[in-house]
Design a protein around this ligand. Structure first.
Ligand SMILES: *[C@@H]1O[C@H](CO)[C@@H](O)[C@H](O)[C@H]1NC(C)=O
Ligand SMILES: *[C@@H]1O[C@H](CO)[C@@H](O)[C@H](O)[C@H]1NC(C)=O
Ligand SMILES: *[C@@H]1O[C@H](CO)[C@@H](O)[C@H](O)[C@H]1NC(C)=O
Ligand SMILES: *[C@@H]1O[C@H](CO)[C@@H](O)[C@H](O)[C@H]1NC(C)=O
Ligand SMILES: *[C@@H]1O[C@H](CO)[C@@H](O)[C@H](O)[C@H]1NC(C)=O
Ligand SMILES: *[C@@H]1O[C@H](CO)[C@@H](O)[C@H](O)[C@H]1NC(C)=O
Ligand SMILES: *[C@@H]1O[C@H](CO)[C@@H](O)[C@H](O)[C@H]1NC(C)=O
Length: 897
């Protein structure tokens, strides 16, 4: 066999050849084995391992069955021919297709292995490349290098829930496919290096001293690890035929069949092994090179004479990792490098120490890459529940992989909580018209954070189950046409009476919707935070109650809802905001002498307060039908909203026909002026500064969306509305103005005012339905501007190009250089830019529900900012036009190994 891991051969190659005569028939292997022959249509026992292989139909809904070309069957593989490689499943459609392996036990360790034999199944004779993911974590960049080889990759990981997802991602470099997929439970005492946050990906597996061209696996290895035989030309083989070997005593439990052969040097007292660790492809887009674990297994196979001794040191890349090693007779001793390390090569020298009469020995070796797993999975309880629902009702749709991640592939019909620093929870589930039949399963009640449940128009049977009342946060339940019948269980009835639930059900209409009431969400516990919260409460004045009701419900995550009547005027505030007279404004602005800018809402003038503070006075055009009282209410509200990333409002003016808002003046002007180079600044507007501004602005918007009740939608997010203070900290301006300007019946004017060309959410534009995702869209455009230095609408020779269309070709080709603002030169971290680009694209998806939230944007930007801060001096130069760094992988590769 050739030396493993040479050149660009990225996949460990297994020549599969079994000694079938040695095997005892064991049906299906050990308890818990799952062996899937992808693309096969029936179950069978493999002749060589006697493992039971099943078709993949119960594990995946998508893809199509294929067979490798007959030319590649048997003929080329010779004795390594092997049945699972004849069929395969390919995935011409969709960017991500996932297998769901279940049942597994949450928190237990598993070995997973995927095989790939291309065999020119599609007749195109083009070797595909694609990515393999374990849940949300990149497992392997699969690169098929030879049509006839059956390549595999193996990972050891802990199950994050009672199911494991294995996903294939299309990177636009060929159609992903898979030949077989195997899952083996491991004893938890094995591979202590593996825990919920780190896994091991196999790099090399050698059974030293075995001369036959065989591959050892189950049943010789009860965990069904694979071991490839290996002997170098200056090594010689020794073996024992004794049966007394005890393999189970060692921590790593290499099988006795592997341990009963070993290599010793042909001559001399040194055994060496060298592997030129070509960098794995994934190391290119990861932060550092991969970290390796090396496990060397030794056992004495000869019974030594009284004067004989075998004592050696083990040196790995100039570091001695084992001193005076004396392997025990017929028992395994393991030497490891202790903790995972970056190596660019592995140079191993095992040499006898003075006094040793015998040469050194090596029985087997395994090299793994330690991969950190990002723990951003949906909460396991929700994963288990939703998987139960998926399998019970055979929900097809696109339900694959993790329910909430990645953001852009979040399962249809459900929404997840925004707390993405923790495990998100499923907060709404819409299974309307999904052909659900049979009883409603109790797993639904395990979705304990569920706020909305729509089961309308299905063929369910039985009474409305009691357990729905256990969903403490549920406030919306639609059972219209679900097939469930009454009576309404008392516990649910109770919630209805308390006004905590909206229920749609035949012959039933609860009144929560029809009353002139507004839902204001407050905590159920009277506490300091409750009191603080009350300060922020104000009564909604909007005429379109229904819209408000929906948005307030959709985005609240507080434990209970309290209904307040609109006519409740009992809330009075001590007003701190200042009211200016028009005369005062004339004085402050020196008779409106200096114009700072013009916006949709009016003109902004430079002003100086009595105490010398600079202010910006925005004089509003008077379009609103609102009366003075409403305007005052709104303006007062705005003066009470404080966040370090919002421009502070000093006061307002409502004097006869004059409306104005007075803001603190921001020294550094607009973000737009900095990006367009009109700010008068001479130094480079650095990536780090841009990132800081993006993060600040995002936090400001997040506050408007999440910190304010009711939600404030800005409606005109753009670079000219992001102001910069003395410290170049971003401050959002013009927030809340749209509310002031709202007026029924003049939506065309409203629309014209509320959006700016290039930033306008296309969905809002079509449907006129507004929610905070419109701001997210606009913010995505801002991010693209920060990356590219281009305006939202780019002038070109022929016709103006929208910035999204402009970046598209670069994104598709993974060509960052074509996208990034050339003014930045080489002074940026590539990973950081990819991440921001990823966030921008996730913000600007055409359908609003597919967009991420501002909280998620903040989270991603924080990660980038930390990346920059961690490596203060890392000024990475760009690998120009490196197409392997495709957006596809950087998008999902959140790991930092
Ligand atoms: C892939 O999409 C095409 C066109 O939409 C469709 O005809 C085909 O059946 C799909 N294949 C699979 C495996 O879903
Ligand atoms: C592919 O692998 C087979 C053996 O599995 C070998 O005979 C053949 O030369 C290889 N082809 C290439 C292009 O490396
Ligand atoms: C796991 O290994 C330990 C130590 O070898 C052994 O005591 C235990 O019985 C094993 N557990 C299982 C489930 O095989
Ligand atoms: C064994 O062979 C390799 C080349 O395959 C060589 O680099 C190494 O020096 C040899 N080792 C000894 C101890 O002769
Ligand atoms: C062991 O070594 C001693 C002295 O070095 C020698 O006298 C004796 O014969 C040796 N025994 C064997 C079994 O070789
Ligand atoms: C559920 O989805 C259907 C369309 O599939 C939609 O008509 C309905 O409004 C949704 N329900 C909720 C509560 O959003
Ligand atoms: C409940 O679902 C039905 C059927 O999908 C729909 O007509 C009705 O409007 C829904 N009720 C509510 C309150 O959304």
């Amino acid at each position: 066999m050739e030396t493993p891991n040479r050149g660009t051969c990225l996949i460990l190659i297994g020549y599969v050849l079994f000694l079938s005569s040695l095997q005892e028939p064991v049906s299906g292997g050990q308890e818990g084995f799952i062996s899937i022959d992808c693309g096969k249509t029936y179950t069978y026992h493999d002749k060589k391992t006697d493992l039971k292989y099943v078709p993949d139909t119960n594990f995946i809904d998508s893809g199509e069955n294929n067979q490798i070309s007959s030319y590649f069957r048997g003929v080329l593989d010779g004795n390594a021919d092997y049945a699972q490689s004849y069929n395969l499943r390919s995935f011409p459609n969709g960017t991500r297709n996932c297998y769901t392996l279940r049942p597994v036990i949450k928190g237990s360790k598993y070995l997973l292995r995927a095989f790939f034999k291309y065999g020119n199944y599609d007749g195109k004779d083009i070797l595909p490349r694609f990515d393999l993911y374990l849940g949300e974590n990149l497992w392997f960049h699969v690169q098929i290098v030879n049509s006839s080889r059956n390549s595999y990759t193996e990972i050891i990981a802990v199950a994050p829930a009672n199911s494991i997802s294995v996903c294939l991602l299309n990177r636009n470099t060929g159609v992903p496919f898979i030949s077989s997929l195997e899952l083996r439970p491991l004893n938890d005492s094995l591979y202590r290096e593996v825990d919920t946050s780190s896994s091991l990906v196999l790099r090399s597996t050698l059974d030293c001293g075995e001369t036959g061209d065989i591959q050892i696996r189950y049943p010789d290895d009860s965990y069904d690890r694979l071991w490839n035989t290996y002997l170098r030309y200056n090594w010689t083989s020794i073996r024992t035929t004794s049966d007394s070997f005890d393999a189970t005593m060692s921590e790593y439990q290499p099988p006795s069949k592997v341990m009963k052969t070993a290599a010793i040097p042909k001559s001399g007292f040194e055994l060496d092994f060298y592997s030129d660790l070509e960098k794995f492809e994934w190391s290119k887009d990861a932060v550092g090179p991969p970290k390796h674990y090396i496990f060397l297994h030794f056992a004495e196979l000869e019974s030594l004479g009284i004067n004989d001794s075998r004592i050696f040191n083990v040196k790995l890349n100039d570091e001695v990792i084992g001193y005076n090693v004396t392997p025990k007779y017929m028992s395994t001793t393991t030497i490891t490098n202790g903790k995972p390390r970056n190596y660019d090569k592995i140079s191993l020298s095992i040499y006898s120490v003075a006094g040793s009469t015998l040469p050194p020995i090596l029985n087997s070796l395994r090299i793994y890459i330690s991969k950190q797993l990002n723990e951003k999975n949906t909460h396991s309880q929700d994963v288990d529940a939703i998987m139960d629902i998926k399998y019970e009702y055979k929900v097809k749709m696109d339900w694959m992989g993790d329910p909430c991640f990645p953001l852009e592939l979040r399962w249809k019909g459900l929404t997840c909580s925004n707390e993405i620093t923790k495990s998100p929870r499923i907060i709404s589930l819409n299974l309307s018209s999904r052909g659900l039949s049979g009883k409603l399963i109790e797993s639904v009640a395990d979705l304990t954070e569920l706020e909305q449940l729509d089961l309308s128009i299905n063929n369910l049977e039985g009474e409305i189950p009691d357990f729905l009342a256990n969903l403490a946060h549920l406030y919306f339940l639609n059972l219209t046409g679900s097939g469930l019948h009454g009576p309404i269980p008392p516990a649910l009835q109770h919630k209805l009476e308390k006004g905590l639930l909206t229920l749609s059900f035949e012959g039933f209409r609860n009144s929560a919707n029809s009353k002139k009431t507004v839902v204001i969400v407050v905590g159920s516990v009277v506490s300091v935070s409750f009191l603080l919260f009350m300060v922020l409460i104000f009564v909604w004045r909007r005429k379109n109650k229904k819209k408000d009701l929906e948005s307030s419900k959709r985005y609240s995550s507080s434990p209970s809802a309290v209904l307040l009547n609109q006519n409740n005027d009992g809330l009075h505030f001590q007003l701190k905001s200042r009211k200016f007279s028009y005369g005062e404004l004339i004085g402050i602005t020196n008779n409106f002498r200096k114009v700072l800018g013009k916006g949709g809402f009016g003109t902004v003038y430079h002003g100086v307060m009595e105490n010398g503070d600079g202010v910006a006075v925005k004089v509003l055009s008077k379009l609103s039908s609102q009366g003075p009282k409403e305007f005052q209410n709104e303006a007062q509200l705005l003066t009470r909203i404080h966040h370090r990333n919002l421009v502070p409002l000093v006061g307002y003016c409502y004097d006869k026909d004059h409306l104005a808002l007075v803001y603190e003046r921001m020294e550094e002007g607009t973000l737009e002026s900095h990006l367009s180079g009109t700010s008068g600044r001479t130094t480079v507007f650095s990536w780090r500064e841009r990132l800081k501004i993006a993060l600040g602005a995002a936090q400001g918007l997040e506050y408007l969306h999440k910190g304010c009740k009711p939600v404030i939608v800005h409606r005109d997010v753009k670079t000219s509305n992001i102001l910069l203070d003395r410290k170049m900290e971003a401050r959002i301006s013009d927030f809340g103005l749209s509310k002031i300007f709202e007026k029924d019946g003049i939506t065309h004017i409203t629309t014209a005012i509320m959006g700016t060309r290039g930033y306008l959410d296309p969905e809002y534009n079509i449907t006129n339905k507004l929610n905070e995702k419109s701001d997210v869209y606009s913010f995505g455009i801002v991010l693209l501007e920060l990356i590219t230095g281009k305006p939202a609408i780019i002038r070109s020779t022929f016709e103006p190009i929208h910035i999204i269309d402009w970046v598209q070709p670069g994104v598709e080709h993974g060509d960052l250089y074509a996208i990034v603002d050339h003014k930045l030169g080489d002074l940026y971290n590539v990973n950081s830019i990819w991440k921001v680009l990823e966030a921008a694209l996730a913000c600007t998806r055409s359908r609003s529900f597919e967009r991420i939230t501002m909280s998620e944007v903040v989270f991603l930007l924080k990660e980038c900012f930390e990346l920059e801060t961690d490596n203060d001096n890392t000024v990475h130069s760009v690998s120009h036009g490196n197409s392997s760094n495709s957006i596809g992988n950087s998008m999902k590769n959140y790991d930092n190994d």
